[in-house]
Design a binder for this molecule. Structure first.
Ligand code: ACO
Length: 328
């Protein structure tokens, strides 16, 4: 039930992350395709990525990230009444990975579904969960970004195989009456999609077309050309909606696709480099998992703290892109 006097506010309660144990370094990739550590580091900033083992799946990584988020929030599985999982690499075509995670965690009957917006998935999922909390349809939401892109890579294609990694991150949002939130909580979102660019970054398979999983295909340069402008516009729109200045933001948590994109956005928006969380070096591009993974790294090392104003942003296949603002 929504609070009698109006909308509820989604406030941050906890977060967690999980990456596979197996690390694939650039040096190891040099033994698989015609590439070099120097090329990968210079063009992308990536030094290594985690890759799921045979028994690890998107759901198992997402479940562990969710367990850690529950522990961080000192909540129990039965406290959760909504699970939104952002993924483009679901364990199965259906049911939704969110329902597999639901069962694994032992959560009672709840709302659970997946959101598919590729690298922007976590920002999209956060917005959807926030809307359900604000309107009183859920009280405590588990928002997960989880991916195993290693399973959709063509490991013989050096133009894509070096860029991606696996992992999962989770965030828990709780419901409080807006007037009691004291400025905390999810403040605004700016989501965008432009399907005219679908052929620049896609997987050449699917249940309804070809009947096989397919492999990731990307025209990297063309994607790059759109990234900085799109992301910058979404950041500006999100700040305008929330009525905050870009300079007021304590931390930027970008989707970790390529260090040059992060630097390009920082330059365009006049961001202080020290405020931009950069984990692409250790994780590569983990698609929907990358924003919550980067967020968790910066929370664990003590940079992101309670009361901080944090901007999350991403862009990915579709194209989809967007930004969200949250005060912890
Ligand atoms: N190792 C060595 N050489 C390589 C590799 C590799 N792994 N990959 C490509 N090359 C070669 C190319 O074949 C090309 O050779 P040529 O000049 O003989 O033809 C040369 O390097 C330059 O290739 P470019 O594609 O021009 O390299 P660029 O500097 O654009 O970097 C990259 C490529 C890293 C993919 C970049 O375009 C990029 O990051 N794009 C953004 C894509 C992205 O991150 N997508 C993810 C989701 S969308 C998003 O989040 C924004």
């Amino acid at each position: 039930m929504a609070h009698a006097s109006g909308l509820m506010r989604s406030v941050f309660l906890g977060s967690g992350a999980m990456t596979p144990e197996r690390i694939v370094t650039n040096a190891e990739l040099e033994t698989m395709v015609d590439t070099s550590d120097a090329w990968i580091q210079e063009r992308t900033g990536i030094a290594q990525r985690a890759v799921a083992g045979p028994l690890e799946t998107t759901a198992s990584l997402g479940t562990e990230a969710a367990r850690r988020a529950l522990a961080d929030a000192t909540l129990k599985p039965e406290d959760i009444d909504l699970i939104v999982c952002a993924t483009s690499t679901p364990d199965r075509t259906f049911p939704a990975t969110a329902t597999l995670i639901h069962a694994e965690l032992g959560i009672p009957v709840a709302i659970a579904f997946d959101v598919q917006a590729v690298c922007s998935g976590f920002v999209y999922a956060l917005s959807v969960a926030d809307a359900l909390v604000q309107t009183g349809q859920a009280k405590t939401a588990l928002v997960i970004g989880a991916e195993t892109f290693s399973r959709i890579l063509d490991w013989s294609d050096r133009t894509t195989a070096v860029l991606f990694g696996d992992g999962a991150g989770a965030m828990i949002l709780g419901s409080v009456p807006a007037e009691e939130a004291g400025g905390r909580g999810v403040l605004a979102h700016a989501l965008r999609a432009d399907g005219r660019h679908a052929d620049l970054l896609y997987v050449d398979g699917g249940a309804s077309q070809g009947g096989r999983i397919g492999k990731l295909k990307m025209q990297g340069q063309a994607v790059f050309r759109h990234a900085v402008g799109n992301i910058s516009e979404a950041i500006a729109a999100c700040c305008a909606k929330a009525g905050v200045e870009v300079a007021d933001i304590d931390w930027f948590v970008p989707h970790q696709a390529n260090r040059r994109i992060l630097e390009g956005v920082a330059r365009r928006m006049g961001l202080d480099d020290h405020k931009v969380i950069t984990t692409v070096t250790q994780h590569g591009n983990t698609s929907a998992a990358s924003v919550p993974l980067a967020f968790e790294v910066a929370r664990q090392d003590g940079r992101i703290k309670k009361g901080d104003l944090v901007l999350l942003e991403a862009m990915g296949g579709g194209f989809t892109w967007g930004a969200s603002l949250i005060r912890l």
